[in-house]
Unconditional design. Structure first.
Ligand code: ATP
Ligand code: MG
Length: 268
């Protein structure tokens, strides 16, 4: 049995210590736009942490800080003990971000999309890469798609290809940005099951950014809710059944008010 503190490589079964993330007083401004204001939280090794929040609240920006694609205005992000922004961290810790858009290369087949990273990083010889790619496609029930191009796939298939591509990187940290957006409820549930089972099987530390309340309540160990650049909630899914903050309650259970529509309140 692999220990909960270790990530098991999906292909070799080799175990490496699961990574932890520490976001410390993270502040991010784009010019005069204050996106993140003194955000502090930790993600424990092997945990599934779901980050929720209204559109534009800074969720994707926060994910980009964790993988070192954005630099803090102040504060810092640590991956284990190492600064997320440093090159050494990105060389030492394999992080896979499943982008909100999928970010598949349209000119490449599904197979070549998956093979790109291991080829560039010379992770294996071509036969080894083939084995990994086909295995990842199998895990995501995508065996028939290797020769297809992204434009030949449905939205749900593209999401799964993006996850399979992340898996081929043999990550110690999986980050998903809106993995269930634009999907029907059954496909959303399937993606949630895949995320949970990948963590269960490989103990990979997992951060999911999502608006999807069902996903958050069913797979999260803990949930954070970003509002106005701050963490308005940080706690267990059960604690969200009766949130004390009215803004958080309204975010989770917005009431449609035809007499006093909120878009008219925004205008005034
Ligand atoms: N590189 C950038 N330069 C300037 N502003 C940016 C940049 N990246 C993001 N922003 C701004 O930061 C804010 C937060 O953006 P972000 O993409 O993190 O939102 P989000 O919470 O992920 O929203 P959504 O749920 O719609 O994906 C937005 O106002 C966005 O316009
Ligand atoms: Mg986003």
């Amino acid at each position: 049995m692999p220990s909960a503190q270790h990530t098991r490589n999906p292909f070799t079964s080799v175990e490496t210590p699961a990574v932890g993330i520490s976001v410390e007083h993270l502040t991010k401004n784009f010019g005069s736009l204050h996106v993140l204001r003194d955000v502090t939280f930790a993600v424990h090794p092997g945990e599934i942490f779901v980050l929720m929040g209204p559109s534009g609240s800074g969720k994707s920006v926060l994910l980009k800080h964790i993988v070192g694609l954005e630099l803090p205005t102040s504060g810092r992000v640590l991956v284990d003990e190492h600064d997320a922004a440093s090159e050494e961290t990105r060389e030492q810790v394999r992080m896979a971000l499943v982008f909100q858009s999928g970010a598949l290369f349209n000119s490449l087949s599904v197979y070549d999309n998956l093979a790109l990273y291991p080829r560039e990083h010379r992770m294996h010889d071509e036969a080894g890469i083939r084995e990994k790619v086909m295995h990842a496609l199998k895990i995501l029930s995508l065996e028939g798609t290797a020769r297809k191009f992204p434009s030949d796939l449905s939205g749900g298939m593209k999401k799964r290809v993006a996850i399979a591509r992340a898996l081929v990187m043999e990550p110690q940290l999986m980050l998903y940005d809106e993995p269930t957006s634009e999907l029907d409820p059954v496909m959303s549930a399937t993606i949630s099951e895949i995320i949970a089972s990948l963590r269960e099987e490989y103990h990979v530390t997992t951060i999911v950014v999502s608006h999807d309340r069902d996903l958050a309540l069913s797979i999260a160990d803990r949930i954070g809710i970003l509002m106005d650049g701050r963490l308005a909630f940080l706690g267990l899914p059960a604690e969200l059944q009766a949130p004390t903050d009215p803004k958080v309650a309204d975010f989770l259970n917005p009431k449609i008010n035809l007499k006093h529509p909120r878009f008219k309140q925004l205008e005034t």
